[in-house]
Design a protein around this ligand. Structure first.
Ligand SMILES: CC(=O)O[C@H](CC(=O)[O-])C[N+](C)(C)C
Length: 301
């Protein structure tokens, strides 16, 4: 059978499906992550709001029910599908820009550059999407009536009313700082594992579910290994009251390091890493299966 042609439309659609799979598999631990990253510093002699990942999980489920962990999921599902669609599209474009012919196999530095381009592409939607998601996730009132933001649209309207488009896009530099190198790591590690795990005599393009799950899960770990410190800065900046950090990300770094120490830049490490493997294994599996389906259903697209 001839090799399917690379296609921007297929990258976009399959990437979108991958994004939905990623959110459904990973949102509960994402909520725990944001709550741990943004909980207030306890007053002297007082215990912290959450002692760790498990404590936060238990307190959230006890107080708000299991679906408390799925708070703010409407925003990422509607936002993440296009984010991942654009991300996989950007990666495909980045690869094609560097290829002299369609079948040229790219080196790992070339794949890294294509991944970084994907990170730049996604920031346009990622930055406001993350701002809304984080603001919704940190609301802990049990009843909807008591919450400041009733949902993603209400949140978007309110932050726009408070500070215009600048407020909606607060955290863009931190998002770029997080996603440009992280996306490079993400796609390079995925491709590397797929290549080294393909048995001799077989072609990388032959789909294997177990290889995809493992390579996808590990790509998620590689992504977050570089993304955690800028992610903490981003979450803080995006959930802070208006005017708290006039110089943006630089002020947040100074404040966090001075007040809470360097290690606090790794807040949320456990839930992030617990989420990273299943969420991204689901993402790449969704992507590869959709791509296989699209190549079968519309070979010339
Ligand atoms: C921050 C983020 O969205 O990372 C993605 C993986 C994940 O765990 O959600 C990867 N990528 C930035 C490439 C979309």
């Amino acid at each position: 059978m001839s090799k399917p042609k690379p296609s921007a439309i297929k990258d976009f659609v399959a990437g979108g499906v991958g994004g939905v799979c990623c959110v459904v598999a990973g949102h509960p631990l994402d909520t725990v992550k944001v709550r741990l990253q943004t909980m207030p510093k306890p007053a002297a002699g007082q215990p912290p709001m959450f002692k760790g990942t498990f404590d936060c999980l238990m307190k959230t489920v006890t107080k708000e029910g299991f679906f408390g962990l799925y708070k703010g999921m409407a925003a990422p599902v509607t936002g993440v599908a296009p984010i991942f669609a654009i991300c996989f599209l950007g990666f495909g474009i980045g690869k094609r820009l560097q290829q002299k012919h369609e079948d040229e196999v790219l080196t790992y530095p070339q794949l890294f550059k294509a991944g970084m381009l994907a990170g730049v592409f996604t920031t346009v939607i990622m930055a406001p999407g993350e701002r809304i998601k984080c603001l919704l996730q940190i609301q802990q009132e049990a009843s909807v009536a008591d919450r400041k933001y009733k949902g993603p649209i209400d949140c978007a309207k309110k932050i726009y009313k408070e500070g215009g488009i600048r407020s909606v896009y607060r955290g863009t530099a931190a998002t770029l700082l997080r996603d440009v190198p992280a996306s490079g790591m993400y796609f390079t590690s995925y491709e590397w594992l797929q290549r080294v795990l393909t048995p001799k005599g077989h072609d990388r393009s032959e789909m294997s579910i177990s290889r995809t799950i493992f390579a996808g899960g590990m790509a998620g770990i590689a992504n977050w290994a570089v993304a955690i410190p800028p992610d903490v800065l981003k979450s803080r900046l995006q959930t802070a009251p208006h005017g708290a950090y006039p110089n943006g990300v630089r002020d947040v770094i100074r404040h966090i390091v001075k007040e809470e120490g360097v290690m606090s830049l790794y807040k949320g490490f456990t839930p992030i890493m617990l989420r990273a493997f299943p969420a991204n294994a689901a993402c790449f599996l969704g992507y590869e299966l959709s791509m296989k389906f699209l190549n079968w259903a519309a070979p010339s697209l």
